[in-house]
Write a protein that binds this ligand. Structure first.
Ligand code: ADP
Ligand code: MG
Length: 260
């Protein structure tokens, strides 16, 4: 059982406070959806969790099974079991998916001899063409192909906790179904814990969230069950424009919806 615990996390970028005291816990097998308006800090949270340079943590903590991850370099966080599917995956000319995963396995002391077969199996599972496996990582891939590429890496690397930033962006309806089912399967087969950032309930009809959190202006302003994502699709975020604390928003939601 793994537990990623984010406690009262505050983060600044270039002197601007972007996250203002975010607390969230993701455990093995759980799916948490993080929703919220553009610019609310969702990608910032994903970047800070994996240690992207340029973000200043001004308060709070992040731990994986009780170990502080904020002091670890990114590779160590990955080795400890954290995975980030980026909103905009980075192009890496000259390095294939196989090269990259081979290096990851080697760094973790895992035998990489069956890797090529594993990759092919995983590619098939999400309807991803074999031709992409030898292409340079993310170079000239469409948005949807990049997301399948990220899912493939997740399937092979088997992290403990995955943060998936707009996993659905650019995916066609069929690909969306395959990818979300693959991630859902990982939660059941491997006990993967998921924090998925999305704007659309469509993704969450396949990848069933145990909990939905709404981030607005750097704060979690509402939390609820899967039904919350459906409701948000109808009502939008206008209710949260003034960024009320989560307890207030949640009790309001429980007591009859957003326009109560
Ligand atoms: P979201 O993913 O919720 O749409 P982001 O986390 O990407 O939002 O961004 C939150 C806010 O932080 C935005 O206003 C964005 O412009 C700002 N921001 C993010 N990264 C930087 C940066 N490197 N420099 C300046 N501002 C940034
Ligand atoms: Mg974003």
């Amino acid at each position: 059982m793994t537990e990623l615990v984010i406690t009262d996390l505050s983060v600044s970028v270039g002197g601007n406070e972007i996250l203002r005291g975010v607390s969230l816990t993701v455990r093995s097998g759980e799916v948490h959806a993080l929703m919220g308006p553009n610019g609310s800090g969702k990608s910032t949270l994903s970047h800070v969790l994996l240690g992207k340079p340029g973000y200043e943590v001004t308060g709070g903590s992040v731990s994986l099974d009780g170990v502080d991850v904020l002091t670890m370099p990114t590779w160590e966080r990955a080795k400890a079991g954290l995975f980030l599917g980026m909103q905009y995956p980075t192009e890496v000319p000259g390095v294939s998916l196989l090269d990259m995963l081979g290096a990851s396995f080697a760094a973790s002391g895992i035998d990489a001899s069956g890797l090529s077969d594993r990759l092919s199996e995983e590619a098939e599972r999400i309807g991803f063409g074999q031709k992409f496996l030898s292409r340079p990582l993310n170079v000239d891939l469409s948005g949807g192909e990049m997301k399948r590429n990220e899912t493939l890496q997740l399937g092979v690397l088997k992290p403990k906790i995955a943060i998936l930033d707009e996993l659905d962006s650019g995916l066609d309806v069929d690909a969306l179904r395959l990818v979300s089912r693959r991630v859902e399967a990982a939660t059941e087969e491997d006990g993967l814990g998921v924090l998925v950032i999305t704007h659309y309930n469509r993704l969450l009809t396949e990848l069933h969230p145990d909990r939905v959190h709404v981030l607005a202006d750097g704060r979690i302003v509402a939390e609820g069950g899967a039904e919350m994502a459906e409701k948000l699709e109808e009502t939008g975020y206008a209710e949260y424009a003034s960024a009320k604390p989560a307890a207030t928003a949640e009790s309001r939601f429980a007591s009859g919806g957003f326009d109560a």
